[in-house]
Design a protein around this ligand. Structure first.
Ligand code: GLC
Length: 588
């Protein structure tokens, strides 16, 4: 059995700008979060991850930080942050802050001093000399265009892997690493309970920067040369080894994530990786649409779940965040089966091995924005790519169609609290348009309805705390050749490993192993009925959870079907559209 203090925790992600506005300026704020703490406690969240609320020009909605140890007045004051930490603490919830350490805003005093010619601060960033008409390397920015910007006054280029106003820090300079440690110490002293590290696996660049003739440069700096060394140093020197820490890992590998998150390495608690969210990128390109490749999705889950389990690493489990379109619009169904598919998708990851994250509104089954006009978009990446797509010869209808599927603004629309004005988010004019389905999809409706998506998330959160097989058990996959069904089992028991080998049937008579806990999770990823063979080992199992009322649709004999228990040694289970069935040994 694995002992990780955080394995039964669930983390809720707040995008403060779009969560709740307490002062009517159309932007969410810390006061708004404080007002909603009862809601978050009711859901069962343990930690609240806030995306950046530090002073920032907001070119990239706060991921362009101008001061790491202060609060942007748009979001409130330091006193508000202290109050939020205090009030969430008294409800048993911790605050997790977002540390954006790959880059600073070019408005940050360090960059300003570098611009003014101070050599000491130029060493904080990645400057290169060179002719003004030729970038030092051909690397591409992740938001489109070259990753270098020329400063005529200094006759130097600086590196920016993201927006031109987000200058990459030079982690090879020990002074930079010391400055960043002080930021962590500052917030740790304020009482925050966890940290999320933004694109942390990009911070270690190679000593010699060279052109990339096969890609956009990422292979040189993703999981770069000194990354493990730097992370160990950061964690050791700030004493955050016992806190909950998660690294956002861009274009990473399983081997590196095992190292980032296995306890003996003393780096981080867990990692976000994004491979499973690229299964609908044609040729790996975010801006080329295709139907999701479900087989690829299943294979990725299998590889990462088993790989992290065998290597002793730990996954952050998530579908949604502030950079991803809404999952119900992407892999589920926004129409007839919205509720069913939102619940199935929730269960599919919450019952895996790792720590689940819920992104605001996901617990309601919120959908994509369906904006029709470029003026409705706010995100720098979306606006850049709109231009790039037009330059590539796409019509504006085509470009808007791509943004509608891929824009990060899909997840940044205001939280839908009620059917009232602006979905109850603000009394003013929201900074980004509310989705017009808020009268039907909102917190107020769903809290009153135990069958709602919200009610289902609440159950999932509670189950993780109740069942050690979910928080601590091993995982093995079933139905591996079937593209339509994601299926796995979780086992906690006597250490025989029975049930862990996914190729083997679970031996009958396992119920004799009294210590064992065993769950089977079966998810229909499609809008059709899918029939799968029912394993004899499910004899005596009952339904622990599902998104259809009543008994699972076994095609055994009638008495069994009616009782919801399956006791025969053969037969089939029909999974209805987007159905999830969770069977548990001994449940009734
Ligand atoms: C991460 C953030 C994203 C941001 C980028 C640059 O991917 O999640 O929102 O734009 O880093 O900081």
């Amino acid at each position: 059995m694995e002992h990780r203090a955080f394995s039964s925790k669930v983390i809720y992600q707040i995008y403060p700008k779009s969560f709740m506005d307490s002062d009517g300026d159309g932007l969410g704020d810390l006061g708004g979060i404080i007002r909603k703490l009862d809601y978050l406690e009711g859901l069962g969240a343990d930690l609240l991850w806030l995306t950046p609320v530090f002073p920032s020009p907001q070119r990239d909605n706060g991921y362009d930080v101008a001061d790491y140890c202060a609060i942007d007045p748009r979001f409130g004051t330091m006193a508000d942050m202290e109050e939020l930490i205090r009030q969430s603490g008294s409800r048993g919830m911790g605050i997790m802050l977002d540390m954006v350490f790959n880059h600073t805003s070019t408005s940050h005093p360090w960059f300003q001093k570098a611009l003014a010619g101070e050599k000491e601060y130029q060493d904080y960033y990645i400057f290169r000399e060179g002719p003004p008409d030729r970038c030092p390397t051909n690397w591409q920015s992740k938001f489109g265009g070259p990753a270098w910007e020329y400063l005529p006054a200094l006759k130097k280029w600086y590196l920016h892997l993201f927006d031109v106003t987000q200058a990459d820090l030079n982690w090879d300079n020990p002074r930079v690493r010391e400055e960043l440690k002080n930021v962590i110490r500052f917030w740790k002293d304020k009482g925050v309970q966890g940290f999320r590290f933004d694109v942390i696996n990009l911070v270690s660049k190679p000593e010699v920067l060279e052109d990339d003739f096969t890609g956009d440069g990422r292979r040189f700096y993703s999981d770069g040369p000194h990354i493990h060394e730097y992370l160990k140093e950061l964690v050791r020197d700030t004493g955050i080894g016992d806190m909950v820490t998660v690294g956002e890992m861009s274009s990473t590998s399983l081997d590196n994530c095992i190292r980032y998150s296995s306890p003996q390495e003393q780096e981080l608690s867990m990692c976000f990786n994004f491979h499973h969210l690229k299964v609908d990128y044609a040729h790996g390109d975010k801006w080329s649409l295709m139907e999701p490749d479900r087989m690829a999705l299943k294979e990725l889950f299998r590889a990462w779940q088993l790989g992290m389990q065998d290597g002793g690493g730990w996954n952050a489990l998530f579908w949604c965040n502030h950079d991803q379109p809404r999952i119900v619009s992407r892999l589920g169904d926004e129409g007839r089966f919205r509720t069913e598919s939102a619940k199935m998708l929730a269960a599919s990851i919450h019952l895996m091995r790792g720590t689940p994250y819920i992104y605001q509104g996901e617990e309601l089954g919120m959908t994509n924005a369906h904006y029709q006009d470029i003026s409705q978009y706010r995100d720098v990446e979306s606006l850049n790519y709109y231009r790039i797509l037009l330059d590539q010869g796409k019509t504006w209808e085509e470009a808007l169609g791509i943004l509608a599927a891929r824009s990060r603004d899909n997840s940044r629309t205001p939280m839908q609290w009620s059917a009232g004005q602006n979905a109850g988010f603000t009394a003013g004019t929201p900074w980004i348009m509310v989705i017009d389905n808020y009268p039907a999809i909102n917190v107020e409706n769903q809290k009153a309805d135990p069958q709602s998506v919200y009610g289902f998330y609440k159950k999932l959160v509670a189950l993780r705390k109740e069942k050690t097989v979910i928080s601590h058990g091993r995982i093995a996959f079933l139905e591996e050749e079937n593209p339509d069904v994601l299926a796995y089992e979780r086992t906690l028991g006597d250490g025989t490993g029975a049930g862990v080998d996914s190729k083997k049937q679970i031996p009958e008579g396992r119920s004799g192993l009294k210590e064992d806990q065993h769950l089977v999770v079966l998810c229909n990823l499609t809008a059709r009925d899918i029939t799968i063979p029912a394993a004899p080992a499910w004899a005596g199992y009952g339904k622990l959870l599902g998104n259809y009322e009543g008994a699972p649709k076994f095609t055994g004999d009638k008495a069994e079907r009616d009782s919801g228990r399956y006791t025969a040694g053969g037969g089939y289970l029909v999974l209805r559209p987007f159905e999830v069935v969770v069977l548990e040994q001994g449940a009734s």
